[in-house]
Design a binder for this molecule. Structure first.
Ligand code: NAP
Length: 248
């Protein structure tokens, strides 16, 4: 288990799936955890209780990642309560899958707004605090769709490829100020997002995965905690694939 004792960590989009697992893992590793979400009030209340039960501080915010003002307000409130922001996980994301010729301007801009601008907004707000403290780790949750491209995901692939470029540019900019920036490029992980896939697509995807199964959130959360921890002190600008070998 990674050591995150006493660290202050923000996870965006933690009411469900991967974000929820990362938030809980961070709390089990000793971090105070703040998270946001878009709609799921009941799940947020439940997660806050589960985090507190780990014996750490927990904060929940209903805040759209696409809103820079809301990101700033949340980050400042967390800094005030936790004393520091040592880690930021840009996890919130969504899909609006359609073939290019069917994709509306709204499908395009909503995915870019949440997946890419959302990460910019939180990094923009948190980096300032991390730079002043001369320490911090940012982790951007991207996808093999951003590495290889996926048919039906022109908007999503663009947003996730953008996150990879953003990760490397931020790593180069912030490294000398003690701030590390990495990305997790995930394959098919069992969550609400992949549950929406048609059975034929799931079958076709399974055939392409060398390890022969979809991943679970438990395959992701410990790697996230490691990259946030001081054990990863010399790792920055890395895009760590957790995909069962899908995108080799
Ligand atoms: P999920 O189960 O659909 O959960 C998405 C989370 O993001 C929810 O907590 C949701 O909050 C939150 N969210 C959505 N829009 C938001 C917004 N505008 N502001 C704040 N929070 C928002 O998704 P997941 O599968 O766990 O995916 C998490 C991340 O991993 C995403 O970035 C996704 O692209 C990436 N990823 C997933 C897979 C996979 O196979 N599952 C693969 C590669 C990458 P509400 O509950 O309030 O809606």
């Amino acid at each position: 288990m990674s050591d995150l004792a006493g660290k202050g960590i923000i996870v965006t989009g933690a009411t469900r799936g991967i974000g929820r697992a990362i938030a809980l893992e961070a709390a089990r590793c000793g971090a105070n955890v703040a998270f946001n979400y878009a709609r799921s009030d009941a799940q947020a209340a439940e997660l806050k209780e589960e985090l507190s039960a780990c014996g750490v501080k927990a904060m929940a915010f209903k805040a759209d990642v696409g809103d820079l003002k809301a990101a700033r307000e949340m980050v400042n409130a967390v800094k005030k309560e936790f004393g520091a922001i040592d880690g930021l996980v840009n996890n919130a994301g969504l899909t609006r899958d359609k073939l290019l010729v069917m994709m509306t301007e709204e499908d395009w801009s909503e995915v870019l707004r949440v997946n890419l601008t959302g990460a910019f907004n939180f990094a923009r707000a948190a980096a300032f605090i991390m730079m002043k403290a001369k320490r911090g780790a940012i982790l951007n949750v991207t996808s093999v769709s951003g590495l290889s491209g996926m048919a039906g995901q022109v908007n999503y692939s663009a947003s996730k490829a953008g996150l990879i470029g953003m990760t490397k540019a931020m790593a180069k900019e912030l490294g000398r100020m003690g701030v590390r920036v990495n990305a997790l490029a995930l394959g098919f992980i069992e969550t609400d997002m992949t549950a929406a896939l048609p059975e034929a697509n799931r079958k076709a995807a399974l055939e392409m995965i060398p390890l022969g199964r979809f991943g679970s959130v438990a395959d992701v959360a410990p790697a996230a905690a490691f990259l946030l921890s001081d054990a990863a002190a010399y790792i920055t600008g890395a895009v760590v694939q957790i995909d069962g070998g899908l995108a080799m």
